[in-house]
Design a protein around this ligand. Sequence first.
Ligand code: SAH
Length: 178
Amino acid sequence: RLPRHRFVDEALSSHAYEDSALPIGHGQTLSQPYTVARMTEALLKPGLPESILEIGTGSGFQTAVLASLARRVYSVERIFALLESARKRLHALRLRNVRLHHGDGGLGWAAYAPYDAILVTAAPEGIPRALVNQLALGGCMVLPIGHGSEQVLVRVIRTEQGYRHEILEPVTFVPLLG
Ligand code: SAH
């Protein structure tokens, strides 16, 4: 139901419905539809979250997918120009349950914590402590971890003692930068 061609440059719009990643400028990419679906599925498996924090807004496509599934979505992006383009697209699609923030997503977004779910779309080297701390008890975080060809998709569940995690599958993402 989501017009993916509206999230990429017009010159690329004829490729928008292929199952491939697409460049969105600034050296970043919109993930391939399979990956967006797989990450969303992994995130929602423990139950439908009320509030979701996304790290790495990029084009805003994954943000829009989440906004149609949860009551409130918060998303943090470090490249201001990408954030502002995403803001315009989400506004044009009348997705009003999204809040965007320009900053370092490795630190999360403390103002609206805790979140029922956190989705990270750029890869840190390990599980960021700040993000675990902003997860509600029993909440779920899905993120890629590692660098180069060594990345894996991981699901983290927040517990009273800290967290437990499971490795889902190999993936390739741009790095999470400070
Ligand atoms: N979910 C996006 C995928 C974009 S790629 C989409 O659907 O289009 C990952 C994004 O993470 C990039 O836009 C990159 O700028 C951003 N990113 C990388 N490090 C970050 C950080 N520390 N904080 C916030 N965003 C970050």
